[in-house]
Design a protein around this ligand. Sequence first.
Ligand SMILES: [Mg+2]
Length: 509
Amino acid sequence: MTMEPCTSSSKASHRANSICFGLDGATTYFTDMPTGRILAYASDVDTGQAHSPRLFADSADHSGLPDGRGSSGTSRRQADRLPRAQVSRASTSPGSPTDPALAPRGMACRSASRLEGPSVKITEISTHILRVPLGDRTFYSSQAAFPERNSLLVRIRTDDGLEGWGEGGQYGPPSPVAAVIDDVLAPRLIGRTPDQPVRIWEELYSFSRDFGRQGPYIEAISALDIALWDLWGQSLDRPVHALLGGAFRDRLPAYATGGYYGENFRDRTAMLEELKAQTATYVDSGFGILKMKVGLLPIALDAERVTTVRRTVGPDVDLLVDANHAYNTATAIRMGRALEENGILWFEEPVVPEDRAGYRAVREALSVPIAGGEAEYTRYGFRELIGGGCVDIAQPDLCVSGGFSEFQKIQALASTYGVLTVPHVWGSGIALAAALHALATVPATPHTYAPVPLQNLPVVEYDRTHNPLRDELLVENFALTDGDLLVPQGPGLGVTIDEEVLQRYETTR
Ligand SMILES: [Mg+2]
């Protein structure tokens, strides 16, 4: 083992089998190559020279490590200088011995200076239930009427005046998600720093594992996670997509989600005329990709709806179809034959999310790619959906499946199966902003020199039903630009809540 003081010159000079990557007071840290073990030696405080060969902490055998499991007789005070997280990450990342994320706080390495992170603390977490009655704009999917749009926003404030926003509670009633945040999770975050969203995610999930692996608990964690990433980005003056590792793109092709059923869905002629007019409007607005609904009506009539839209928009507009899990295997395949005849580019949620075998059977029977995942939670749900061979396109919703922290894991999982990740988007402008940041970081799957939308380039869902929470809530409202939506570039989520609009639609439980 070779020892070096961590000066700028020695830091750059790697010896044969070790690298000094920092000193912290009386401790000098080395990474032993090629094992990746972190070794800590006593050093001279004034000179930084490692003056003693006495090893007092070793990540491989835990001697002298802070959890007290070591057997070297090292004092707890000395051992505490080697943070537990640092040891854990270093020991599993032998290829990155100088990863600045491994550096102890206060160490002398120049690269450590930015690792101090914000010293700010979380001081307040508030929930905001928003409702917009739709009146005569009520619409239907195969599953339900939508007489209102609603959502649950969470605001996290810090002691230096920053505030971050997140969203959850879009699918069902928002009040259970608000209760989880207000009564259970928020008290666990007060006083924490907002610069560790992934760690906080794991802590909250581990805390609620026995009673909240799906549903409101994960939606609540999703909302908090998005707000934490927003805060962290603001504190570093960097957009979330940069913190996620870097954007591949600054804009995404948008697809119009519409083609729902109106109040006239029992009147065939009126229903088809309305559908034609609506989809023509989308094309006139600049969309090159549309998504429509099926599943509420008999298959023959829904097939006529699809054919009607295809004839209306012509062959050059890409069409997607969403059944909202209206079918069993046999009926989904029957519907799928009509989709094949109309050149549909994905069939979304053909069967119920629990029916993995049904998904596989439909996918095997049809040439239309199968999409799904908006009703899945966390990496564990997607492990079954993706690993089980159920889908060609994975659709995690940032506000449902676990926020940015979990999105990264789901996307990584999908990439190993060659499955394209295209997040589901259904909420306010916060949900849309979050999706755009996430989508910016999804690589072409698989890579090509000039990725093609829907083929290997992700696209962004842009719901076109009436929703002021999406179109009015932000100071920076989104708008279609040559068929694309632009990825926000400001710090954090890069968007600002309009407080007046927030108050207009905020309700009590
Ligand atoms: Mg859907």
